[in-house]
Ligand binder design. Structure first.
Ligand code: HEC
Length: 162
């Protein structure tokens, strides 16, 4: 039994030796590949740093969305002043939908609880404008629109970089 064990050990050792050699070969090949990949990775990382401004701009809120919000907000103010319930409702509905997108953006981005709250507040104010203009309460709608514009500024103070 003892001799047999020895044999097995020897055989095992031989196998291990071969395995080790195989590993060494594999490893040196792997390193050669990794070396080439590593250089590429370093280059890519350098490029990422160089294009960092572009990348972070893409991670920012879509400026087109904000420009559309600005247009709708201006239109809303004048339509409330004109006591145009139909057009005011349309603008406020648009704003509500766009602030829902802003809310999703900041929720997904994370670490921006104030921006999420301000987006929710903007949606609430848009909805209250809809209710007020539909019941002919244009003074209350004007107040809500003023609050909505303050909410724009509140968020820009903290979250708009430029
Ligand atoms: C919850 C936060 C938040 C609220 C609320 C908000 N904004 Fe913004 N806004 C931003 C951020 C962040 C930017 C910068 C985005 C960017 O351009 O990368 C921005 C940018 C803008 C821009 C500049 C767009 C450009 O790049 O040319 C305008 C205009 C704008 N907002 C209008 C408004 C108006 C009007 C309201 C309110 C009716 C409003 N925003 C409400 C976060 C907000």
């Amino acid at each position: 039994m003892r001799a047999h064990d020895d044999d097995t050990d020897k055989a095992g050792a031989t196998h291990r030796l071969i395995d080790d050699d195989m590993h060494k070969i594999k490893r040196s090949r792997a390193w050669a590949v990794l070396g080439a990949r590593g250089t590429a990775a370093v280059l890519l990382a350098a490029m990422a740093v160089a294009t960092g401004t572009v990348r972070s701009a893409q991670a920012e809120l879509d400026p087109d969305l904000m420009l559309a919000i600005e247009d709708a907000n201006k239109s809303l103010s004048s339509n409330i002043a004109l006591k145009d319930a139909k057009a005011s409702t349309a603008d406020a509905k648009e704003l509500e939908a766009m602030f829902a997108k802003v809310e999703v953006f900041f929720t997904e981005k994370g670490e921006a609880p104030d921006a999420v709250d301000l987006s929710k507040k903007s949606r609430d104010l848009s909805n209250s404008i809809i209710q007020n203009v539909q019941s002919g309460n244009f003074d209350a709608a004007t107040d809500a629109a003023t609050n909505l514009s303050r909410t724009c500024r509140a968020c820009h103070t903290f979250y708009k970089k430029s």
